[in-house]
Design a protein around this ligand. Structure first.
Ligand SMILES: [Zn+2]
Length: 249
């Protein structure tokens, strides 16, 4: 693990935590907002993923955000839950994932080999919610408290946006008529995004040459998308709170 923990930690399994409990090996909100039940997990007194207290073993690290940066916690997991995996993605499965979405294999391999982003169609495996960057970071700080699973989330500096992958079909029912959502776009079939290699994450500070990077771990098998209703709820809460600037760095 790096000496200076990053904002996003690993989350390589959903575990058996109930929906209301955040995955402490995942994205994490400000330490001040951490519930006591979660502190127990951070302190290694309960399984970091499911809260079980028997048969604990080393589980890697979880991270919380603090005003000055991030704190890393040496957490433990039970026998049934997987420990944290090294930060990064599994390249082979990520390539297969991009191809299943409609990307061209030669393009994917060539682009990712050069640390560039590759065009991937929207609408087959996922739709995409595109939000202003500050709003996106604020939503990410809220999401773990709202939903168990957060899928791949992409930062796009050139556009000053953050893109969440959501289940296909979301765009057809997205309430874009709501005035709060005038700066939020849900892209469906016919749209396209450009994905950097899965190893280019916030975790180690690396980016694609175009500046794009993943803000969460890319795990297509386990967390292909973010729960759309949960995302919408967090998004509306964030936009209505007016604290969008605080939640960003
Ligand atoms: Zn467990």
């Amino acid at each position: 693990m790096p000496d200076r923990p990053s904002l996003v930690a690993v989350h390589n399994g959903i575990g058996r935590q109930p929906a209301e409990a955040p995955d402490v090996l995942s994205f994490f909100p400000e330490l001040a907002y951490v519930a006591d039940a979660v502190k127990v997990r951070l302190d290694g007194l309960a399984c970091a993923r499911c809260g079980w207290t028997a048969g604990l073993r080393p589980g890697g690290y979880a991270f919380t955000r603090t005003p000055g940066g991030c704190l890393g916690w040496a957490v433990r997991v039970c026998q049934a839950c997987p420990p944290a995996a090294p930060i990064g993605g599994e390249p082979a499965s990520a390539v297969a994932w991009a191809l299943a979405a409609g990307a061209v294999e030669d393009d994917v391999l060539a682009a990712w080999g050069r640390r560039q982003a590759v065009s991937v169609p929207v609408g087959r495996l996922w739709d995409m919610v595109r939000v202003p960057r500050a709003v996106g970071f604020g939503v990410l700080a809220r999401l773990p408290r709202q939903v168990a699973a957060i899928g791949p989330v992409l930062e796009v500096p050139a556009r000053e946006t953050v893109e969440f992958l959501v289940p296909p079909g979301t765009a057809a029912t997205w309430p874009s008529w709501q005035p709060e959502l005038h700066n939020v776009f849900c892209v469906g079939p016919g749209g396209v995004s450009r994905f950097p290699a899965p190893a280019l994450t916030l975790a180690d500070g690396r980016r694609a040459r175009c500046g794009r990077r993943w803000l969460t771990r890319v795990e297509p098998q386990r967390r292909p998308t973010t729960h759309a209703a949960g995302l919408l709820e967090c998004l509306l809460a964030e936009l209505r709170s007016g604290s969008r600037g605080d939640a960003c760095r």
